[in-house]
Design a binder for this molecule. Structure first.
Ligand code: CP
Length: 322
């Protein structure tokens, strides 16, 4: 694996999941693979799980991780080609990225979209310029449009759950991605990425439900059944993935604040005793009720724990191909 930006960088999803689960069983299986190698984790935005799980994963492989909060501690970066830098930006990505490529064997970046200019966000200007100028493998810790480490984790968590339930021996699981309310505009990254990975995995009946105006980009959702009727979508669901996102069509706008879209035990009763997933952080009693999050059907803690094994599997594939 040369980079990890989306599911398109993965040749065999099930093999990557298998590798992750091997690391879960034996965290130090490849403890010398990354010896004498450094990984830079660059954050332009806040993070709890991605930051810590990727550091743990790197250390399990013997790598030295160095975290740099670019947004708080670095010079303000310029990304525009030909910019006359007489404003607030101090350092051009063309100058910074090659230096990072010299310091590190792998560079990982977390950035969010501005949610103002769709073309700019969906052009993935920031991560693409790191790819262009760093000269070393780039790993997305969440980009403007996708969150591949989260999605790999989600497939791992679903596969683990399926493996421990005999009822899935002869049937595909029904996975429902449902929009949930939120108090502010949230990127489409997690929902885009989850849709892209579930579709690429191809071993589930996949349904997406959201209010009108919240359709995701078709390049990620093609292959899923899409409905505005949440109760219909939830019928017989085995897994319910809850996530808010702002409008893609009316880019970055919040069009719905209907609290009826919050997942709770009444809605859980419509499902096939579904397992509930969310990438976290979650707004309790806005996106998901306490009763769900604290109840027996919630997979959220297991899901967040699995972030380590997803990151470890990806880093090991990159180290092996270097
Ligand atoms: N799910 C996720 O990416 O969490 P963090 O934002 O805390 O890293």
């Amino acid at each position: 694996m040369k980079q990890f930006i989306s599911v398109k960088d993965v040749s065999d999803i099930n093999a990557l999941v298998k590798k992750a689960l091997e690391y879960k069983a034996q965290p130090f299986l490849d403890k010398s693979l990354g010896a004498n190698k450094r990984i830079g984790l660059l954050f332009l935005n806040p993070s709890l799980r991605t930051r810590l799980s990727t550091q743990v994963a790197a250390q399990n492989l013997g790598m030295e991780p160095i975290v740099f909060n670019v947004d708080k501690e670095g010079w303000a970066l310029e990304f525009a080609e030909g910019a006359i830098m007489n404003g607030t930006t101090v350092e051009h990505i063309k100058d910074a990225a090659p230096i990072l490529g010299n310091y590190f064997d792998i560079v990982c970046i977390r950035t969010f979209p501005g949610l103002i200019n769709k073309e700019e966000d969906y052009g993935e200007k920031i991560i693409n310029q790191f790819i262009k100028y760093a000269g070393v493998p780039i790993v997305s810790l969440e980009s403007a449009t996708l969150h591949p480490l989260q999605s790999l984790t989600d497939i791992i968590t679903i596969q683990e759950s399926i493996a421990s339930n005999v009822s899935f021996k002869n049937k595909k699981p029904k996975i429902v991605l449902t929009w949930a309310p939120h108090i502010k505009p949230i990127p489409q990254c997690v929902a885009n990425s989850f849709s892209q990975w579930v579709n690429a995995w191809g071993e589930a009946n996949f349904v997406i439900t959201h209010p009108e105006g919240y359709a995701l980009a078709a390049e990620y959702t093609n292959g899923a059944i899409i409905t505005h009727h949440q109760d219909d979508a939830l019928k017989d669901a085995d897994f319910v993935y809850v996530k808010n996102w702002s409008s893609y069509e009316q880019y970055g706008k919040v069009l719905c604040s209907d609290t009826q879209w919050m997942m709770n035990n009444k809605k859980l009763a419509l499902t096939n005793n579904a397992k509930l997933m969310h990438c976290l952080p979650v707004r309790r009693n806005v996106e998901l009720s306490d009763e769900i999050l604290d109840g027996p059907n919630s997979l959220v803690t297991k899901e967040a724990s699995n972030r380590v094994w997803a990151a470890q599997a990806v880093l090991s594939e990159i180290l092996k191909s270097k």
